[in-house]
Design a protein around this ligand. Structure first.
Ligand code: GRF
Length: 207
């Protein structure tokens, strides 16, 4: 059984997709142990509570400085010791010490086709704004392992989504979620839970 912790900052629709997929058997051999949020008001915490899953607040704002937060956050994760940490719209940079301790055990969903429209400053609606500004015709979502870089770890899965002529950032964000994110992330978790993925030479291979 893959024991996962899901980290969220906002609406938590990706968290919901994971919970639904576990309930309907799309994801097997997986249990959500806890949901972590840096934002006490996150709707994602209510979604966790409705599912009887413990919610944990972990906000840099509650600590004297970033180093204190990084240490506390890492210690909490080590204590929980999940098999996999899933970043599902989590707007806090993962401390390097945590990345080291959970090597190839942290995954993130990013709402573009990496290496396009990713890295510092590319988060939330901003990603979709930049896609539209550039006039790109195809975008999508990527699930990847987290390393010390920003959106740079081994790519697990990607799904393309067409941009439409009259898209607004909000409309495009929604389409990327519906057509890519909510499918891709549960699929990746199921693949990991069922041992279908290995990382070799910095790349993901399906076995
Ligand atoms: C998603 O677009 C995700 O890819 C990005 O942040 C958004 C989170 O949405 N990293 P939600 O909280 O899952 O609704």
């Amino acid at each position: 059984m893959l024991r996962i912790v899901v980290c969220v900052s906002g609406g938590g629709t990706n968290l919901q997709a994971i919970l639904d997929a576990i309930d309907n058997g799309t994801i097997t051999n997986t249990q959500v142990m806890a949901v972590v949020s840096n934002n006490a008001g996150a709707k994602a915490l209510t979604r966790a509570e409705n599912h009887g899953i413990p919610g944990l607040l972990m906000s840099p704002k509650e600590y004297a400085d970033r180093a204190a937060f990084d240490q506390a956050f890492t210690e909490k994760m080590v204590e929980l010791n999940p098999d996999l940490i899933v970043l599902a719209g989590f707007l806090v940079k993962i401390p390097e010490q945590m990345v080291e301790k959970f090597s190839n055990r942290i995954v993130n969903i990013h709402p573009s086709l990496i290496p396009s429209f990713c890295g510092v400053g590319y988060y939330g609606l901003k990603v979709h704004e930049k896609v539209l500004e550039r006039g790109a015709k195809v975008t999508g979502a990527t699930v990847h392992f987290v390393n010390e870089g920003m959106d740079e770890g081994p790519i697990i899965a990607q799904k393309a989504v067409y941009v439409q002529q009259d898209d607004t950032p909000e409309v495009l964000q929604r389409r990327v979620m519906e057509e890519a994110e909510w499918i891709l992330l549960p699929q990746a978790i199921d693949d990991i839970a069922n041992g279908r993925i290995v990382v070799a030479d910095g790349k993901v291979r399906y076995i």
